[in-house]
Design a protein around this ligand. Structure first.
Ligand code: SF4
Length: 177
């Protein structure tokens, strides 16, 4: 199972937004209890922008430099996953985080964000432009291209951290029926 970094380590999130300490216990323990080994994906947001970054929308990460960084950080992961896959291991799924500009799967976040945030820069209209977008986040797009390019077949699933209990049950039922 390939899992977004902050599912195992919430400290990688934008400072102050973690909803629980450490990681998403229900999800991680259910995966282990059901026999899935876990590969932790890199947090490209932290690598590029650090812990003190602002929350951002997909448009702010959808540029060549960020996509290159995704590729660079994912490359060793793809190497390990290809080794598993070529030796008969099942790559059961990628698990992302819905709403994230990098790791969203069912939806990411969109908005006319950028520029300055002080008075006179249209801050309220920028905030109001925030919306959901039914697309992958940028890192998930790059990951899907890389897996596809390596001939690795898997599926993309996600969790909703605001409802970890229901989200975990839904995830497990999608995995094992
Ligand atoms: S980029 Fe992915 S791993 Fe990093 S904080 Fe955002 S959702 Fe979590």
């Amino acid at each position: 199972m390939l899992v977004s970094h902050c599912i195992l380590n919430v400290n990688a999130k934008v400072y102050g937004i973690a909803t629980e300490p450490a990681g998403c216990r229900q999800i991680v323990s259910e995966l282990l209890n059901n026999g899935y080994g876990i590969v932790q994906l890199p947090c490209v947001e932290q690598s590029c922008f650090g812990i003190r970054r602002w929350g951002q929308v997909k448009e702010q990460m959808n540029f060549p430099g960020f996509r290159s960084k995704c590729y660079e950080l994912l490359n060793p992961v793809i190497g390990q996953v290809a080794d598993f896959y070529n030796n008969g291991y099942e790559i059961a799924a990628v698990i992302g985080l819905d709403g994230s500009p990098a790791c969203g799967v069912n939806y990411t976040c969109t908005g006319n964000w950028g520029g300055e945030i002080g008075d006179g820069y249209g801050l309220q209209s920028k905030i109001k432009s925030l919306d959901k977008l039914p697309e992958y986040g940028v890192m998930m797009e790059v990951l899907a291209e890389m897996l596809d390019g390596s001939g690795i077949v898997t599926k993309f699933l996600s969790v909703d951290e605001s409802n970890p209990e229901a989200s975990t049950q839904e995830l497990i039922s999608k995995l094992i029926g």
